[in-house]
Design a protein around this ligand. Structure first.
Ligand code: HH2
Length: 245
């Protein structure tokens, strides 16, 4: 799953794809590099991000979804029902839902749904994340949401970096097999995230590509079914190695 943020403020690619033509070209580039899904988002959910009004989010994502949908499977990365509905109408076929609340919208459209775990909301989630047992709590939350959804295609995602300390993120990655064992296909997004830089010294998002590919390869080797990445070409190369006969 290639990341396409049509936003001015995303932590890694903010401002790069605000022009719809540039966004579509980048989406097609990721398809050429081997992406199976392009994930279009119009609102940053990085820690401390400001919410975006519905109209503005629609204005950002709809032309891009419409232009890419004939060429590749498109997911819409949103927390808003209105945006999800409109994007499904424009050709998206998966709702990538970091709020894990939009199952009814995906269900009504016969679309796939990604349920992601987040503790709190983006404005405050990194202030004091706390769990007794992060792996058990995240797994139980996702299984409950997925089970209640009544949707054929449900993905679960531990929400790396969403209300989680470095230790929480590492625990979830180390024990990814517990999520895989639920039987739901697992999606993992580590790409370019801050916790990687804290381990490798990569200060800027662009300095975290190797660590992103390494963690994507780890996730796939543990049984994850999809990884959400900014750097499609090196991730596809790693995935091909892992699936070599
Ligand atoms: N991470 C981000 C956004 N959406 N969706 C899923 N399912 N899983 C994730 O881990 C995930 C996600 C955050 O990354 P990004 O889109 O690059 O940045 P921003 O939120 O600043 O736009």
């Amino acid at each position: 799953m290639g990341v396409l943020n049509v936003t001015p403020d995303s932590f890694s690619d903010g401002g790069r794809w605000l022009d719809p033509a540039a966004a579509v070209a980048h989406g097609l580039q990721m398809v050429a590099e081997g992406a199976d899904v392009v994930d279009v988002g119009g609102e940053s959910t990085r820690p401390g991000a400001e919410p975006v009004p519905v109209d503005e989010e629609l204005r950002r994502v709809l032309p891009v979804v419409e232009a890419l949908a004939p060429h590749v499977r498109v997911s819409i990365d949103t927390r808003k029902a209105e945006v999800a509905e409109a994007a499904l109408g424009a050709g998206a076929t998966i709702v990538n839902d970091v709020s894990a609340t939009l199952a009814p919208v995906a269900k009504a459209a016969g679309a796939g749904w990604v349920a992601m775990h987040m503790q709190g909301d983006p404005a405050t989630m990194q202030q004091a994340p706390a769990y007794d047992d992060v792996v058990a709590e995240v797994t139980a939350f996702l299984v409950a949401r997925a089970g209640a959804a009544g949707i054929d295609e449900v993905w679960i995602d531990p929400g790396i970096g969403f209300g989680k300390t470095l230790a929480h993120n590492l625990s979830l990655l180390r024990h990814l097999d517990r999520l895989v064992a639920t039987g739901y296909p697992v999606l993992v997004g580590t790409s370019r995230k801050t916790f990687l830089g804290r381990l490798t010294g990569g200060a800027g998002a662009d300095d975290r590509v190797e660590a992103s590919v390494a963690t994507a390869a780890w996730a796939l080797s543990q049984g994850a079914s999809m990884v959400r990445v900014h750097d499609v070409a090196p991730t596809v190369a790693a995935a091909r190695l892992l699936s070599a006969p």
